[in-house]
Ligand binder design. Structure first.
Ligand SMILES: Cc1cc2nc3c(=O)[nH]c(=O)nc-3n(C[C@H](O)[C@H](O)[C@H](O)COP(=O)(O)OP(=O)(O)OC[C@H]3O[C@@H](n4cnc5c(N)ncnc54)[C@H](O)[C@@H]3O)c2cc1C
Length: 306
């Protein structure tokens, strides 16, 4: 049986027991994690993940928790967060090198200040670089992978650098979903700071007008099906405003579920099933969840994806 001291001695970073996950989630939902770990740097992360593999201890990565729903029962695994140790960026020889823990809003600021054009559309996405790379986050016609040249990660217990092609980036997914992303390198075309700032402001205004940003949420619940919008399909099923417990399908944007009154994860799951089944019945379209469900039983996960 592993002791706290065994884990403590395996790496140099922060370690907490029974950490509440709700406070790390933009949904403000979720039980606690058995063990919560924050490695300090690449070597520390490698030591930690090597230790977890040797001890056959399951782990889950979280970034800013803006694309996940954590079960009410919490997570019976180690939760690893890179925000503290990987919160850096550098501009070297025309390229930006940034740690997986950097928030996208800060990343966009840094790009603008260094005359790197094209990242402005990511400004309103409340995630970290690591979470964005894993699911190839994007908005308004652009994706995080557009200007990536290299990703540094841990795969199979080794530190590796892979190029963009090896990342197999596609709509809201990548070939890196089983890896631990530590850092990425980007080469952007030159941009002028003032027009980029204007563009960023316009897109943020547009986003704030169309999304329920004043309520805790996890962004789009479902991926858009080919040539259509999940929000349109859910709205046409008459589900805007539908409530289960403290969770509600947003009146403003039907592909957002908002936490209006201490919602449980089960409330959200029930609403997801209601929306999905209504869309299957009316349009014969199977919506695929965009948010990641963590800590749930296999039964619940297959219920949501049935
Ligand atoms: C209001 C709102 C608006 C949003 N708008 C958009 C949008 O326009 N476009 C869009 O694409 N998304 C959007 N999202 C969703 C979300 O912000 C993005 O998907 C974001 O990139 C997730 O990053 P995160 O750090 O929060 O990841 P998390 O939610 O913490 O994690 C997401 C997944 O990535 C994994 N992960 C996290 N970090 C790492 C790492 N370093 N290495 C390996 N795996 C990792 C996790 O295990 C999990 O599976 C929105 C969310 C909200 C709340």
């Amino acid at each position: 049986m592993l002791s706290f001291e065994d884990i403590r001695n395996s790496f140099r970073g922060r370690i907490e027991l029974g950490e509440s996950m709700a406070r790390h989630m933009t949904f403000r939902i979720g039980g606690s994690a058995d063990i919560y770990l924050e490695p300090n740097d690449k070597e520390d992360a490698l030591a930690l993940f090597t230790f977890l593999a040797e001890e056959k201890m399951p782990y889950v990565l979280i970034g800013n928790g803006s694309n996940v729903l954590i079960a009410d029962e919490g997570i019976r695994a180690a939760v690893v967060n890179l925000e503290a140790g990987f919160n850096y960026f550098r501009f070297v020889d025309g390229e930006i090198i940034a740690g997986a823990g950097v928030k996208l809003a800060k990343f966009v600021d840094f790009c603008i200040n260094n005359r790197c054009g094209g990242a402005e559309m990511l400004a309103g996405i409340p995630g970290t670089l690591g979470g964005a790379i894993i699911m190839n986050a994007g908005a308004y016609g652009g994706e995080i992978s557009d200007y990536i040249t290299k990703v540094d990660l841990i795969r199979g217990g080794k530190l590796l650098s892979i190029n963009k092609e090896e990342g197999a980036f596609a709509y809201r997914t990548s070939g890196l979903v089983n890896d631990i992303v530590l850092e990425a390198t980007f080469r952007f075309p030159e941009g002028l700071p003032e027009p980029m700032k204007v563009k960023r402001r316009e897109l943020l205004i547009k986003r704030n007008a169309s999304q329920p940003v004043n309520w805790p949420n996890a962004g789009s619940i479902f991926k858009n099906p080919p040539d259509d919008y999940a929000a349109r399909l859910i709205e046409e099923c008459g589900l805007k405003g539908r409530r289960v417990g403290g969770a509600q399908i947003s009146e403003l944007h039907a592909n957002f579920i908002i936490n209006v009154d201490n919602a449980s994860a089960n409330d959200v799951v029930e609403l997801m099933v209601i929306a999905r089944e209504a869309v299957i019945e009316k349009f014969n379209v199977r919506l695929e969840p965009e948010i990641k469900l963590i800590g749930f039983s296999e039964e619940t996960i297959s219920w949501v994806n049935r």
